[in-house]
Design a binder for this molecule. Structure first.
Ligand code: ASP
Length: 430
């Protein structure tokens, strides 16, 4: 679906995406700020197509994910394994972030910028209670359209997931004839959505090229100077999490080679980087994990849509470093107790953040508020947020993928990749 497995190398999706990314750098640098205007339409077409499929894909995949588990007890079993993975990896990411921020102390330069607070912060002002309440949709159809009565924020995916899990559970609780018919109908709708998704994915190389060229053209490299230490601290912490913690889990829990899994997920990781949106990347994440990594549909259709919405290791880590950096810039040293508050609120903020660009920045007001720091602090880090967003989103998607592989193993699936001789021997066939 996402790329031919045979044939010449340039017909393969991951090479095409890589070529698009490489080409975007000179085009963006030569085109300057005008690049986004000239190529923006192409990126927009790709993003709109991805957004078009994402809500029905999440909805049908979760309902099918729940019904294919077969029993409410089974849903509970996979549910707690998934939740444990999400919580543990996010906590590990937060610890790495805090450690790095305390070691590097990026705010020592004391940058206080006058940049304005993003407009949407004033509008949304998320609260902890609000994040939890958003779980329960007042009207599920409305949640599929927009969150917080604001069309600009996209759908309330958390509410859609909550409704889909309950609907799937209700289907499982029906008498066997109704259950069989309804589960079959949802399965077929999900299969149709995956087919449609495959068509959209073919456009990924062009979309990735246009989006990235626009970012390079607009940002260049100049604005990174003043915030160098901050940028470096977040990137270093993200690298530790992506290249040490997650591969270790991949090896020990999922029983797979992290390198091979990353290669299988390549197109999804590249799309996460260029779109800065886990939700928009979800169609590719599901396609790659099923077809290229051989993780069963039963596991990936449950774990990945949930992960794209609530499992954001990169975002949680970034929230911690950013808040400590802002505190340091204001000359405030946060004590152990306050850093603990940062840890907990960063975890909740990452769960509540939507999988869309800059959602982490918006949610940061929760963490800043919890330790009494002014919202204006966000203005300091705006200049480099896009590039960090691209990197943290890639880590978010990488963590979701390792999560799907880990839960698959814990559910007793095999660990082989398609093409391996033993693939399909221990139920690893999707
Ligand atoms: N852009 C991130 C994502 O979609 C969320 C964030 O802003 O941290 O995963």
């Amino acid at each position: 679906m996402g790329g031919r497995q045979n044939g010449r190398w340039w017909t393969k999706l991951h090479w095409q995406i890589l070529a698009g990314m490489l080409l975007a750098i000179p085009v963006g640098l030569l085109g300057g700020p005008g690049t986004a205007g000239a190529l923006g339409w192409l990126g927009d077409v790709f993003l709109r197509l991805l957004k078009m499929v994402v809500v029905p894909l999440i909805f049908f995949s979760i309902v099918t994910g729940v019904t294919s588990i077969g029993s409410l007890r089974g849903v509970g079993r996979i549910g707690w394994k998934t939740a444990a993975y999400y919580l543990l990896t996010s906590a590990a990411a937060i610890c790495v972030g805090l450690l790095m921020a305390n070691l590097v102390h990026p705010g020592h330069a004391g940058i206080i910028s006058t940049a304005a607070v993003p407009e949407q912060l004033g509008r949304v002002s998320p609260s902890l209670g609000g994040v939890l309440l958003r779980l329960i949709p007042e009207n599920p159809i409305e949640d599929m359209i927009y969150a917080n009565d604001d069309p600009r924020q996209g759908p309330n995916v958390l509410g859609v997931i909550f409704f889909a899990v309950l609907l799937g559970a209700a289907v499982l609780a029906l008498d066997s004839e109704r259950r069989r018919r309804l589960a079959g109908a949802f399965e077929s709708l999900f299969a149709a959505m995956m087919k449609l998704t495959g068509w959209v994915i073919r456009l990924a190389p062009l979309g990735v090229f246009a989006l990235l060229a626009g970012v390079v053209g607009e940002t260049g490299f100049a604005s990174f100077g003043a915030l160098g230490w901050y940028l470096l601290t977040v990137l270093l912490a993200l690298l530790v999490h992506a290249l040490l913690t997650l591969p270790l889990i991949c090896r020990l829990v999922a029983g797979r080679s992290p390198w091979r899994l990353a290669r299988a997920l390549g197109p999804a990781l590249a799309t996460a980087f260029s779109t800065a949106s886990s939700n928009a990347t979800l169609p590719l994440t599901m396609d790659c994990s099923e077809r290229r990594a051989g993780i069963s549909n039963r596991v990936s259709s449950f774990v990945l849509p949930l992960g794209a919405t609530i499992n954001m290791d990169g975002t949680a880590l970034y929230e911690c470093v950013a808040v400590l950096f802002i505190a340091q810039c204001y000359g405030v040293e946060l004590g152990m107790g306050q850093q603990l508050v940062v840890m907990l609120t960063a975890l909740l903020a990452s769960i509540g953040a939507a999988g869309i660009p800059h959602a982490g920045l918006v949610m940061m007001s929760i963490v800043l508020g919890a330790v009494g720091l002014p919202l204006e602090g966000i203005g300091m880090i705006l200049a480099v947020d896009r590039i960090l967003d691209m990197c943290r989103t890639t880590v978010n998607v990488w963590s979701d993928s390792v999560g799907a592989a880990s839960v698959a193993r814990l559910q007793g699936e095999g660990t082989a990749f398609p093409g391996d001789r033993d693939f399909g021997a221990a139920g690893s066939k999707p």
